[in-house]
Design a binder for this molecule. Structure first.
Ligand code: HH2
Length: 282
């Protein structure tokens, strides 16, 4: 399976929400068959990791019982994990453990608290920052210094995970999780500060609300989710340019193209990739 050190470009994690209520694609891949088919599409588009989640974390989302979350994600993980690296997007210990038994090798943890499970199961762990919980996290979030606060919390969690024996620890600023538009932009402008901790960094901006707000129409209506690809791609590219090792996205093919460009050495084509001369001379 590829990792950040062996591929020529940063990694692209494709989002697979097996939920009826996710903010951008809720209900589209809710059945197991639909979800597996979508996962195969993400693989065909070039996803290095497919992130399977059975509980929406969008602002205002309600919690899903364990049994229901297991029912949603396990068959999808079993079907996809022989073909691609699978992460499980969960905050529940029981779900994380069962997902690993079903084939997941990375725990994507928006609560930044499941490192003991990752240590016990011998898998990788993503620690994401959030302030508050989904039902209320967008109600007036405040920080002393958002970049320093997020970086310090993540560095502390990463250190604990490494001390506990987790071999692969990623950190993620948690764009949109208890953050205003300005907080998100400040964090995006300082991804380099997270990279400087020495831990590999994941960033997820794909189709998120702040992109809709920034691209609002003249009457202030946010751009709809299916019109947020330009902002999604721009912010993913921006994060990669500052050294992020992985981006979590809905639009995998477009992001893989961006990742290839950002990874290309300045001043010419790399030996490893296709040349920049094309048949149509462009
Ligand atoms: N964002 C979401 C969910 N999981 N995990 C990481 N590591 N980083 C993120 O930024 C992140 C995440 C929210 O996006 P999405 O999965 O598309 O929506 P929903 O939570 O509504 O299912």
């Amino acid at each position: 399976m590829p990792d950040a050190t062996t591929t020529e470009r940063a990694l692209v994690m494709g989002i697979l929400n097996v939920t009826p209520d996710s903010f951008s694609d809720g209900g589209r891949w809710f059945g197991t068959g639909q979800a597996v088919a979508r996962g195969l599409e993400l693989i065909a588009e070039g996803a290095d990791v497919v992130d399977v989640g059975g509980e929406s974390t969008r602002p205002g989302a309600t919690a899903v019982p364990v049994e229901e979350e297991l029912r949603r994600v396990l068959p999808v993980i079993e079907a996809l994990s022989p073909r691609v690296r699978v992460s499980v997007d969960t905050t529940k210990e029981v779900v994380a453990e069962a997902a690993v038994a079903a084939g997941a090798s990375l725990i994507n943890d928006v609560s930044a608290s499941l490192w003991p499970v990752a240590a016990r199961c011998g898998v990788g762990w993503i620690a994401m920052h959030r302030l508050g919980l989904p039902p209320t996290m967008q109600d007036d979030p405040r920080y002393d210094d958002v970049v320093a606060d997020v970086r310090d919390l993540l560095a502390e969690r990463a250190r604990r995970a490494l001390d506990a024996g987790v071999g692969e620890v990623w950190i993620d600023p948690g764009i949109g999780f208890g953050k205003t538009v300005d907080h998100n932009l400040e964090l995006l402008a300082r991804i380099d500060a997270l990279v400087a901790t020495g831990h590999p960094v994941v960033v997820g901006t794909s189709r998120k609300g702040f992109l809709g707000a920034l691209a609002a129409g003249p009457d202030g209506t946010p751009a709809p989710v299916d019109e947020r690809l330009p902002g999604s791609l721009a912010t993913a590219t921006w994060a990669l340019h500052q050294g992020a090792g992985m981006v979590r996205v809905h639009d995998v093919a477009a992001t893989v193209q961006a990742a290839l460009l950002v990874g290309r050495p300045a001043g010419g084509a790399s030996d490893a990739g296709p040349t920049l001369d094309t048949e149509d001379g462009s």
